[in-house]
Ligand binder design. Structure first.
Ligand code: GLC
Length: 618
């Protein structure tokens, strides 16, 4: 390895020495695909292009992605007197499979994997994800999220494996090896403390001592770096009032100095501009703090101009530029990008394993292991495959709901038609229980508080009912639980106007957020039908009333495309093995009351099948 490393360093030095300032600054620039053409990639020597969540080419099939990447790559490699051939690195948020792309295998979000307690499985998931990213001609995924979520009101709680930094650290190295094993590039994010903001406000302020910041939020990055993580993304949050994007101590002294990180640091979405009123000042602050590549989706030409002025005006040293570009080149050499050839011709591009049965089996195993049994009164579980089972609830036949955010669209999708190849909870149950009956919600997962006619009042006598309840999909700050209204200036995603991120709600009580769920449960349990509630959510919620009205209660998190894994366990093919990755809140209004501690999870004690020895969950 030492020989290879010195070879790479020599190649970096040689190429850097040939680059003009414009070519160097171009490498540090990452526009979004809808704002840059292949011709502009060449003209401005762009080093990377990204897809924001849901930004998909053509018909959003792997071939469309390969064609897009081929055009960008070809342009970046057309060397002439003005342009050096340096292949672009294309980045996507493949955070639970390459879930932007239609037909992809969509894995449970990280919170469910944290419940599964199976680091070996997480590495396999990384390998499958990397294959489905490569199938699209893409090399770089903005994963893993290494957030240690400390307040479940945070809209990104589901991207966190656990509230326990030890668990996150145990997974970090495994997922990085899985994602990077075949030449892919992973991205440990968001540096640092994104999961610890006050009141769980997304992009908020993490007010903790340095000792706690290191022990809780920095610790998981150690194993990610040991596993060779090639990139790190900076957090849009702050530490004790200072924006991470301008934090020289955290980026240059701790991450690059003390921890020896030799890859490159990328900003988050428009994370630079809000640092200062003056654009040039903001750019200088971020680059001098140690950011090497700037994710500047739209105003990338202004960024290039501002950085050039910063260098020419002496606000940014050429040595800093050379360090940043050297890191970017090092990553491109390390991952083999210069030798990989054009996307169309690559092994794995348009790969037939994309969305394959074998990949989906890995996802279905993850679903089974992620489920946490919170209640099993009277042994209602496992259900009888020959029984008359009513299956109802908003999410019962809605694969989009099961997938949550960062799936086909940034905020996710509802219904089944854009989640191809998977199985809803109903489709999984129907396949194993011939006597099962679909209740009032005939799929589509519509919206509305009252719920459709029939949900919970279905006629007939049933041995039991499965009621799928929970949250609709969301991503980032739009999933926050807090008072509505302006949170802070400079918010990056402005779906509801400057500075205002419309939160999901202002309470963790499911009975307030979605009263139709409790109504459906009570409608059935009130008739003496034992209800098994299956909660599909991105986080623990206050469900005291739903729990009381149910005989069985399962936390399913956001299981992804393979909802059939829920039936595998409900009907006893496999037992529950999942354990809560974070404490479960209880009590109405009693802030901080924990109903179930982290690690809680019941077993049925019966199962027709079991996992091979050693395939173990903890
Ligand atoms: C978002 C997220 C980040 C994601 C990036 C690109 O703002 O904070 O996790 O990787 O933008 O989509």
């Amino acid at each position: 390895m030492a020989g290879r490393a010195s070879d790479i360093e020599e190649r970096v030095r040689e190429l850097l020495a040939r680059m003009s300032l414009d070519q160097k600054i171009g490498q540090m620039t990452q526009p979004e695909r809808t704002h840059v053409s292949p011709e502009e990639v060449k003209r401005h020597h762009i080093g990377s292009v990204l897809s924001g969540g849901g930004s998909c080419p053509g018909d959003n099939r792997p071939a469309d992605w390969v064609a897009m990447n081929d055009a960008y790559w070809t342009a970046s490699m057309e060397e002439d007197e003005d342009h050096l051939a340096i292949p672009i690195l294309y980045g996507v948020d493949a955070i639970h499979g390459n879930a932007n792309v239609l037909g992809a295998t969509v894995f449970p979000h990280n919170i469910g994997l944290g419940a599964a307690g199976d680091p070996e499985l997480v590495e396999r998931i990384g390998r499958v994800t990397a294959r489905e990213v490569r199938a699209a001609g893409v090399d770089w995924t903005f994963a893993p999220t290494l957030a240690v979520a400390r307040d479940v009101r945070w809209g990104r709680t589901y991207e966190s494996y656990s509230e326990d930094p030890g668990v996150v650290g145990e997974y970090a190295g495994r997922i990085v090896r899985g994602l990077q094993g075949g030449g892919g590039v992973a991205c440990a994010k968001h540096w640092v403390g994104d999961g610890g903001t006050r009141d769980g406000v997304d992009q908020g302020d993490t007010v903790v001592s340095e000792e706690e910041l290191r022990r809780v939020h920095i610790a998981p990055y150690v194993s990610a770096l040991e596993a060779g993580a090639l990139t790190v993304m900076v957090s849009l949050s702050s530490w004790n009032g200072e924006k991470c994007h301008a934090h020289r101590y955290l980026i240059r002294d701790v991450l690059k100095g003390e921890m020896g990180f030799r890859g490159f640091v990328v900003s988050d979405w428009n994370g630079v501009e809000p640092l200062a009123g003056d654009h040039g000042e903001a750019v200088a602050m971020a680059v001098n703090a140690g950011i090497d590549m700037v994710m500047v989706p739209e105003r990338w030409m202004e960024f290039i101009g501002a950085l050039r002025e910063g260098v020419e005006g002496g606000d940014v040293a050429v040595e800093r530029i050379d360090d940043a570009v050297g890191r970017i080149l090092r990553v491109k050499f390390e991952c083999g990008l210069f030798e990989r050839g054009r996307p169309w011709g690559r092994r794995g591009a348009n790969g037939s394993s994309f969305g394959s049965r074998a990949h989906r089996e890995v996802a279905r195993e993850a679903v089974r292991k992620s489920l946490v049994l919170l209640k099993n009164e009277g042994g209602v579980l496992p259900l009888d495959k020959g029984g008359r089972i009513l299956v109802t609830g908003w999410g019962v036949d809605d694969r989009g709901r099961l997938c949550g955010g960062f799936t086909v669209e940034w905020q996710g999708v509802l219904g089944n038609d854009r989640i191809e190849g998977g199985t809803s909870v109903w489709e999984g149950i129907r396949a194993v229980a011939p006597g099962a009956v679909l209740g009032g919600v005939g799929g589509g997962g519509g919206e509305g508080v009252g719920g459709p006619p029939g949900m919970g009042e279905e006629e007939g006598d049933f041995d039991a009912a499965v009621v799928v309840i929970g949250e609709r999909p969301y991503a980032e700050g739009l999933g926050d639980i807090r008072e509505a209204g302006p949170v802070r200036p400079g918010t990056n995603h402005l779906p509801a106007g400057p500075g205002v991120l419309e939160p999901y709600g202002d309470t963790l009580e499911l009975a307030v957020l979605h009263p139709e769920d409790l109504r459906a449960i009570r409608g059935l349990s009130g008739r003496g039908i034992p209800v098994v509630a299956v909660l599909v959510s991105g986080r623990p919620l206050v469900v005291d009333e739903e729990l009381a009205a149910s005989a069985g209660f399962v936390a399913a998190w956001l299981p992804g495309s393979e909802g059939g894994g829920v039936a595998d366990v409900l009907f006893g093919d496999f037992d529950f093995v999942g354990r809560l990755p974070m404490g479960w809140p209880g009590g109405v209004g009693d802030a901080g009351e924990v109903l179930f501690a982290r690690g809680y999870g019941l077993r049925m004690g019966v199962a027709r099948r079991s996992y091979p020895p050693g395939a173990g969950t903890r």
